[in-house]
Design a protein. Structure first.
Length: 282
């Protein structure tokens, strides 16, 4: 059972991380860049012998505190939680090398009621250690499917970003690979749901699913390509809602409107996997 005050003030350890070009390249490869060997714009993110660029979505793994909700002291049923929403606000391009600090805290808890689960809101600052400058702020909503009814507040709940009723202006199909979750978890997100078939089955899935943040990376790649011309400084923010899991090996189709709204679906099953997306580009 969740203790509201204890979880709201749970001490998530500060993370100091030495970022290397290898880390930046690995992250880009883990979300699918480099699959077109003739696209030099992608090579700028995966070839460390070039003047390396860093994908803005890498902010979600920098200074990542690990699967802290797996700590029994949180009181959370860690097997049945899912990633519900994610946002990223970029203040400046991410460095390919240097020390960064990640500071994560719980910012809110919403009790949806007995049998209806709970929402946990958290925020992480990505800070340049040498200067103290905040490079990016990421926000996350975790849906605690088995933890409602602990007597916490019923709001406020974050509003959703509307999707236009018109057809999308741009459609981008990007493939994922069957082993992609096994690569992606080496970024520090080692929830066994993404690797162990038995854990996936207990969570109600027929097989391990792709990390929501890996799906975000695939979608962010599509947005950066179409709205930012592969310029990492062009992306200022994005926010999205995860509506269904992706299974590694499926194709992610990102549907984009020129006002920055977006959603994504799996081509093979025609299931919307990301919804209510909003991106801001310079």
């Amino acid at each position: 059972m969740i203790d509201y005050e204890k979880l709201l003030n749970f001490p998530i350890p500060e993370v100091r991380q030495r970022v290397t070009p290898r880390d930046a390249v690995f992250y880009a490869l883990s979300v699918g860049l480099g699959q077109d060997p003739l696209d030099k714009r992608q090579l700028d993110y995966v070839d460390a012998h070039r003047r390396l660029r860093v994908l803005p979505s890498m902010a979600v793994v920098l200074g990542h505190p690990g699967f802290w909700l797996g700590n029994p002291a949180t009181g959370v049923d860690a097997v049945r939680l899912v990633h519900g929403e994610q946002s990223i606000t970029l203040h400046q391009p991410l460095p390919a090398e240097g020390e960064i600090i990640g500071r994560t805290r719980v910012t809110g808890l919403v009790d949806k009621g007995e049998g209806k689960g709970a929402l946990l809101y958290s925020e992480k600052e990505v800070i340049e250690a040498a200067t103290g400058k905040v490079l990016a702020v990421t926000g996350s909503t975790t849906f605690l499917r088995a933890d409602g009814g602990f007597g916490g507040p019923s709001g406020p709940v974050k509003p959703v970003n509307p999707i236009p009723e018109s057809a999308p202006d741009i459609v981008v199909d990007l493939p994922t690979r069957p082993e992609q979750a096994l690569y992606y978890r080496l970024n520090g997100d080692d929830n066994p749901l993404h690797a162990d078939p038995d854990v996936a089955e207990r969570a109600g899935f027929p097989r391990p699913i792709l990390h929501g943040l890996c799906t975000l990376g695939v979608v962010a790649h599509a947005l950066l390509r179409e709205l930012g011309g592969y310029d990492p400084a062009a992306m200022k923010s994005l926010a999205l809602r995860f509506s269904s899991p992706v299974y590694p090996g499926e194709t992610v189709r990102t549907e984009i409107w020129k006002n920055g709204a977006f959603r994504a679906r799996v081509v093979e099953r025609d299931v919307v996997v990301v919804n209510n997306g909003a991106a801001v580009f310079a």
